[in-house]
Design a protein around this ligand. Structure first.
Ligand SMILES: [Zn+2]
Ligand SMILES: [Zn+2]
Length: 149
């Protein structure tokens, strides 16, 4: 499946040929730290299946528990994570971050990895009060203390 994506500020745009059967959630502590959030969602490309259309990526080498080196790329302006891949020669498989893929709604995760470090509240996500948009966040967070007359 061909997908298009880009970073938040618009500097980076790309297209990728991905396998929608490989959408995955990673709960590892590196992903939590690198994304600044609870987990990462990614999808694998076919070999060599990533094409940068505009901008220049900045990269950071993450050394995993196994000693494997992974190149993490992101937009140098807005910091949006774009993909990770092996540290070596082409052709490569790219692990593309699904959050900035235009067709992300169609990319349903098939598996979760590193569940041992998953945030313990994730299973109760449906029980956390939600609203359509941001609304009055202070009132949502503490409806009793911030109730207005
Ligand atoms: Zn950007
Ligand atoms: Zn991870």
């Amino acid at each position: 499946m061909m997908v298009e994506g880009g970073c938040h500020c618009g500097l980076i745009t790309y297209e990728a040929y991905i396998d929608p059967e490989t959408v995955c959630i990673c709960h590892c502590t590196d992903c939590q730290r690198l994304t600044g959030t609870a987990f990462r969602t990614f999808v694998l490309t076919m070999e060599g299946g990533f094409k940068l259309l505009s901008g220049q990526l900045k990269s950071y080498i993450r050394v995993g528990e196994s000693g494997a080196r992974r190149v993490q790329t992101f937009c140098p302006e807005c910091g949006s994570p774009i993909y990770s891949t092996s540290d070596g020669d082409d052709p490569k498989v790219y692990s593309v971050r699904t959050g900035n893929i235009r067709q992300r709604d169609e990319l349903v995760p098939r598996a979760q990895i590193w569940c041992r470090s998953a945030q313990p509240w994730l299973g109760a996500l449906r029980d956390i009060p939600g609203q359509e948009r941001q609304g009055d966040l202070a009132a949502v967070l503490n409806p009793h203390a911030h109730r207005r007359s």
